[in-house]
Design a protein around this ligand. Structure first.
Ligand code: ADP
Ligand code: MG
Ligand code: ZN
Length: 587
């Protein structure tokens, strides 16, 4: 009994059973090989392609998880070409379908689509073709909306099923079925109707990123009783992962990025992902001023402009696209040397997918993420409507703050992958720069920050993250300064601590909706009460050579005016007596 979990090689019986399906002695094997080279002009299969094709052609339901650009489409296109009837393909975007149709047309495969802009005549022809003995098209592409909204289509599918011409169902970007996935589409949830109506028609679901819990959810949504899940190795050995701390209210990140592009990535192709349309335009204009050939890309641009930017970037007329996540699906440029995130992604899945567009040619490429405190809250207002949005974002924050685990290990454990740290080969900042961090005790700081919130609450006020930062740092009114224990930590230290407390559940977010925007406040979280216990400690790992740890080691003079307590602790700077409470190094 083949298992539906994990990699095929994980369990003995599964492995044996699957090995059988990697063979070339099936009734369709000769035809496959022939069309692979005749139609697709390809010499050999990539890992998992033949296996999934044989499985789907044997009538099994398959979920295929394979990084973007590795060739998932072939796994349903080649079976379609080798079949008499047609394959129903569900894809989320009309633009994606059009790309595929263009490609299929170019290689001489007959494929059609039905979408909102199809003419009546075209729809009629397609509907009629569906039940012809050898259907006039091998693939029929539709959006999930079409399935859920068009009764006519459903009734034609019924007829096709009776006539035996509905060979196979392919659900592209299958993770869109699950609210746990990073790209949930409500209409995908209704696709369960397909397996319920056509239980004998094999279904193949494809995605680049899905955790096993997302896949379980998809299986349920699609009503697939017992699918085989094939997972390609998630590791991209040629990508170097790095997180850089982004300073607040400064041009720092932008200068840093411009310098990288002008020097390290001179003449090389890349993408900068930004949070908003406004950021895309602003950052792109800034880069242009520095002589970099950059263009913005976001969802609100005219279709023609989007397609021009995409084309010019693909042909290297544009070096850098400064884009929102709208720039994604359908990118097949292989020589992308850098993917820079100007602010964090909304989840680790999203980050993996976005950064994974680098280095598809298997040559080294960099994935750099700028992590800024304020960005956390910009993203959290964006995902506020998503069920598990905050939870996923906090996992992303933990990834960014992580200093002691290989970045690949963090991702692997997120995707339930088995992973050995050594396999990173120093291709992440943590592995390369070693364990150059210190563990500091931030319990007292946490208590202070909690007091700021309690003080505000007692005055029936709410605090935004910015207000909390500034009040704690003594930038509020004199009255406020008297009411709280002002910290002498640097801004970056304060932000690192607050982000950690939020991510650990000492704080939580409190959203307030106005007609124009969403405001985030911070309130005490489920773990805040633990701080009432004297024995409770909170530690945080901080970089030794960052501005943060410099101020840990050095005492700061001139800041004592802001402090009330002025407790002396054993600072490490010889000579200068520490004026205020410092971060305590515990290890
Ligand atoms: P995915 O859907 O996994 O992101 P695609 O199906 O769009 O990837 O394929 C990406 C690229 O890989 C395409 O240009 C395709 O022609 C190429 N490709 C697919 N299979 C093979 C193969 N066996 N050998 C070489 N190239 C392949
Ligand atoms: Mg694809
Ligand atoms: Zn590593």
């Amino acid at each position: 009994q083949p298992s539906s979990s994990g990699q095929p090689s994980e369990s003995g019986s599964t492995k044996q059973d699957l090995q059988r399906y990697e063979g070339t002695d099936f009734p369709w094997s000769k035809e496959l090989q022939k069309q692979l080279s005749a139609v697709f002009q390809l010499r050999s299969f990539r890992p998992l392609q033949l296996l999934s094709i044989n499985l789907t052609m044997s009538g099994r339901d398959v979920f295929l998880v394979m990084p973007t650009g590795r060739g998932k489409s072939l796994c349903y296109q080649l079976p379609a070409v080798c079949s008499e009837g047609f394959t129903l393909v569900i894809a989320p975007l009309v633009s994606l379908m059009e790309d595929q149709l263009m490609y299929l047309k170019a290689i001489g495969v007959s494929a059609v689509t039905l979408n909102a802009s199809s003419s009546k005549e075209h729809a009629k022809l397609v509907m009629a073709g569906m039940t012809q003995q050898k259907t006039p098209f091998r693939l029929l592409y539709v959006t999930p909306e079409k399935i859920s909204k068009s009764k006519l289509l459903m009734s034609r599918l019924e007829k096709a099923n009776q006539a035996g011409t509905l060979e196979r169902i392919a659900v592209d970007e299958v993770h869109c079925c699950s609210q746990w996935g990073h790209d949930f589409r409500p209409d995908y949830k209704l696709l369960g109707i397909l397996k319920r109506q056509f239980p004998k028609v094999p279904l193949i679901g494809l995605t680049a990123t899905a955790t096993s819990s997302v896949l379980k959810d998809c299986q349920k949504m699609l009503c697939v009783p017992d699918p085989l899940t094939l997972t390609a190795p998630f590791n991209r050995p040629n990508l170097y992962y790095q997180v850089r701390i982004k300073e607040n209210n400064s041009e720092h990140a932008m200068d840093d990025i411009a310098k990288l592009i002008l020097e390290k990535y001179k003449d090389q192709s890349g993408i900068i992902y930004v949070f908003s349309q406004k950021d895309a335009e602003a950052l792109s204009a800034d880069l242009q001023k520095k002589g970099i050939v950059a263009q913005p890309y976001h969802a609100n641009m005219e279709f023609a402009d989007k397609s021009r930017v995409h084309r010019h970037w693909s042909s290297n007329k544009i070096q850098v696209v400064v884009a929102t996540v709208a720039f994604g699906m359908g990118i097949d440029k292989t020589d992308v040397r850098f993917i820079i995130h100007h602010s964090l992604s909304k989840s680790i899945e999203n980050y993996y997918q976005e950064s994974g567009r680098a280095g598809r040619d298997d040559k080294p490429a960099d994935c750099i993420l700028y992590f800024g405190f304020a960005d956390i809250f910009r993203v959290s207002t964006m995902v506020v409507m998503e069920n598990v949005g905050q939870q996923k974002l906090m996992q992303m924050v933990a990834y960014c703050q992580n200093l002691d685990r290989c970045r690949r290990t963090v991702m692997a454990s997120h995707f339930d992958e088995i992973w050995d740290d050594d396999d990173c080969n120093q291709m992440c900042d943590v592995c390369r720069h070693g364990n150059d961090y210190i563990t500091v005790d931030i319990t007292e700081h946490a208590r202070e920050a909690v007091q700021v919130i309690e003080m505000a609450t007692s005055m029936k006020e709410k605090v935004t993250p910015l207000k909390l930062t500034e009040t704690w740092m003594g930038k509020g009114s004199a009255k406020r300064r008297k009411m709280v224990q002002v910290t002498t930590l640097s801004r970056l230290e304060v932000e690192a601590i607050l982000a950690h407390l939020l991510q650990q559940g000492y704080f939580s977010e409190d959203f307030s909706f106005t007609p124009y925007n969403t405001i985030v406040y911070l309130k005490l979280g489920r773990k805040a009460a633990l701080l009432k216990n004297d024995k409770h400690t909170i530690t945080l790992k901080m970089k030794r050579n960052s501005p943060i740890s410099d101020s840990v080691k050095m005492s700061r003079s001139g800041s004592s005016a802001q402090t009330k307590g002025g407790k002396r602790s054993g600072g490490k700077a010889g000579g200068t007596p520490p004026a205020t409470k410092k971060i305590k190094e515990v290890l």
